[in-house]
Design a protein around this ligand. Structure first.
Ligand code: IVH
Length: 676
């Protein structure tokens, strides 16, 4: 084998170690991942050609090929300690006082503060810089040999960097699973129908205690070192903080939130700061650990039982507690989603009293097999809505009824629909359902829909909350007076809004369809529908088979459209809009066949009141189809007023102006009379 290959292999290994260190320890990679992979492959191919060059600390040697039959026991040369806990400021103060008393120091004590990671403790032994073994804490004096598994973790160096490390160095730290990796792992388990891990801590423990290191290698485990055990043949610094900086320089990962703090108050500020940021950290923590920084003082303080006197864990409020499900209610969201919510026996968790928790949807209830009367584990992490993690195993003593979805919306009584392939159940009330109104109206007024200037989300909510509007049609009834009476609304803005509403009354068909907020009907679908059907009436009457022939419309969207127009509530709102004067523009004014030119061709007609056999919209479509123009208000230019029952001001005005007034049967008769 050429000497140059040997040199090259050494160079590649050093390079790979350095880049791993930048990536995992400094969190500051300076080459792209692809470049790392390229170097790795180069090394691998040299080693394949010359296997005699392979060393145990080569970056290629992380995953062994041999699953174990059992874990060997390892006796810790120096016991692995545990920590005492405090849960309050007073208890922390007492801890600080005890230290000052014992050391007879009245000055502030310097501590090192760092997050208390929620994982499992590990001791990793390096001899002459080479990773020799790794053991779990076990009972503190004997642990399990998990070397094979620890070697698969890329953040654990197989060989230390530099050359000023002690001959024997045992580092101690916490193996944990970052939140994102945990979420991915559980997502995968769910997809494969496998059991999920309850929390990142269990996932980390389960992943490390695998007999097959191939499994561990695929688990997203991380390590932060927080202290040292045996140190022989070399010395480390004399403060906790500097020792950890040394570990970092040897290539070992250390939590970058770790910092020295002077005195009790600084400890408390650190605690508050991390507690606030708890949810933003990429890993789970359950408190803060403070350690006396000066090693000489640590030695003077010594131990009690299994815990050092010089360190303490200041725990955060628990994020998980047990409670009981008293009942399940159903809430209707703004998009119509019907969400089951558990009513709980009040429980203090995550710093607040929780008495409700979302159950998300029926699939979730079924998957977790949650029933009314069950003892459950409640989790509240930060500002996240409390949720039910699982039923307390073995807690159900008697059979309990299965939770069922409601058939009707608890807000508006409309049918609740469960679309196939979707987890969420929805109220079909649409614009009619109070829970969905504000959202529907916001959508209606939005820029790509009716584009009503000055009608923002906040104002819509205010109008709905004050009971001034229930449906988009009510917008057109708003008066300047009513609007100016609103908080934060000047008269000028009120006038502008009424004007904007007025000028929005002639939308293109596609905009109007889009504005209706039919599920999954976006702008493009709306345009396709308008182009295909030309008039609103035709869209309304289209059946499923016809709809799926339209460009870009598949069975799901077609179903939503048919369904939307089948709902009496929705038709009511559309009719109200049309009577409010919304004059939907047909796609192209239909060019009438000369044979069918009727009396109404080119005439301007206003429709008012309720007609005996058809809706105003149907009448309008008939008129449009023969080339009439249908408008919303009576003026001198109006040729006919088609008046039904309860015709009001429009009729009076027409009579005053001498506009010809006709009823439905006259209209039908005139429709059929050819002009020529
Ligand atoms: S120091 C003498 N620091 O908490 C030093 N422990 O409840 C003893 N832990 O067994 C440990 N984060 O597994 C220390 N920053 C941290 C820690 C930490 C998590 C764990 C560790 C220990 C347990 C004690």
């Amino acid at each position: 084998m050429p000497v140059t290959v040997e040199k090259e292999v050494k160079r590649l290994r050093e390079l790979l170690r350095y880049h791993s260190y930048r990536y995992y320890v400094l969190d500051d990679p300076d080459i792209p991942d692809a470049e790392y992979d390229r170097l790795y492959k180069q090394l691998l191919s040299h080693e394949e050609k010359y296997p005699e060059l392979i060393t145990v600390d080569s970056p290629t040697q992380r995953v062994g090929d041999r699953p174990l039959t059992a874990f060997e026991q390892i006796q810790h040369q120096k016991p692995m300690l545990s920590l005492d806990n405090v849960f309050s400021e007073e208890d922390l103060q007492a801890f600080n006082q005890r230290i000052q008393d014992r050391l007879r120091i009245s000055d502030e004590i310097e501590y090192v503060a760092e997050p208390k990671l929620d994982g499992l403790a590990i001791s990793i032994r390096y001899e002459k810089g080479l990773l020799i073994y790794a053991a779990t804490r076990g009972d503190g004096s004997t642990g399990e040999n998990v070397t094979q598994n620890i070697r698969t973790m890329h953040s654990v160096p197989l060989r230390l960097l530099g050359d000023d490390y002690p001959e024997v160095l045992e580092v101690r730290g916490e193996v944990f699973m970052p939140k994102a990796g945990f979420a991915r792992l559980n997502e995968k388990a769910r997809k494969n129908g496998e059991k999920e891990f309850a929390n990142p801590r269990n996932a980390a423990a389960g992943s490390l205690r695998q007999l097959d290191p191939g499994v561990t290698a695929n688990r997203p485990l991380s390590l932060y070192c927080y202290s040292v055990g045996v140190v022989e043949g070399g010395e480390l610094a004399n403060t906790q903080y500097e020792i950890l900086q040394q570990l970092k320089n040897f290539g070992l990962p250390v939590c970058n939130e770790m910092t020295p703090v002077l005195g009790l108050q600084a400890c408390l500020s650190y605690y508050d700061d991390i507690l606030k940021r708890r949810d933003d950290l990429s890993y789970d923590i359950d408190g803060i650990v403070y350690k006396v920084n000066d090693i000489t003082l640590q030695d003077r303080l010594g131990f009690v039982a299994r815990a050092p006197r010089w360190a303490i864990a200041h725990k955060f409020p628990a994020q998980e507690e047990i409670s009981k499900i008293l009942d399940v209610d159903f809430q209707v969201g703004r998009t119509g989603a019907v969400t089951p919510v558990a009513r709980l026996e009040p429980v203090f968790v995550g710093g607040v009293t929780v008495s409700n928790a979302t159950l998300h949807n029926m699939d979730e209830i079924r998957r977790k097999d949650i029933r009314v009367g069950d003892q459950v584990i409640i989790r509240r992490a930060g500002d996240v809505i409390p949720e039910i993690v699982r039923v307390v195993p073995g807690s159900r003593k008697t059979p309990l009824p299965v939770i069922q979805m409601l058939e009707n919306c608890p807000v508006c009584g409309s049918l609740i629909e469960q679309v196939e392939g979707e987890a969420v159940a929805r109220c079909t009330g649409g614009l009619y359902c109070r829970a969905q109104r504000a959202e529907a109206i916001k959508h209606y007024a939005s820029r790509k829909a009716m584009d009503i200037d000055g009608l923002g989300d906040k104002l819509v909510e205010q109008l709905v909350d004050e009971g001034l509007i229930d449906t988009p049609a009510d917008l057109y009834k708003l008066s300047v007076d009513a609007l100016s009476a609103l908080e934060r609304m000047g008269e000028k803005s009120a006038v502008n809004l009424v004007n904007a509403l007025e000028s929005s009354k002639h939308p293109a068909l596609s905009r109007f369809i889009y504005a209706l907020g039919i599920r999954e009907v976006g702008e493009t679908t709306a345009v396709n529908l308008a182009n295909e059907y030309k008039t609103l009436a035709a869209v309304k009457n289209a059946n499923f088979d016809q709809l799926i022939e339209v460009q870009d419309i598949g069975p799901i969207v077609a179903k939503h459209i048919v369904h939307f127009f089948q709902q009496a509530h929705n038709i009511e709102v559309i009719d109200q809009l049309l009577s409010a004067g919304i004059d939907v523009q047909t796609v192209q004014q239909l060019v009438p066949d000369p044979q069918s030119i009727s009396e109404f061709y080119g005439k301007t007609i206003v429709i008012t009141g309720s007609l005996p056999t058809m809706s105003r919209d149907e009448a309008k479509q008939k008129l449009l189809a023969v080339g009439a123009k249908v408008t919303g208000s009576v003026s001198a230019k109006t040729d006919y007023l088609l008046a039904g029952d309860k015709a009001g001001s429009k009729l009076t005005k027409a009579e005053k102006l001498g506009v010809r007034v006709i009823n439905e049967s006259t209209m039908l008769a005139l429709l059929n009379t050819k002009k020529m």
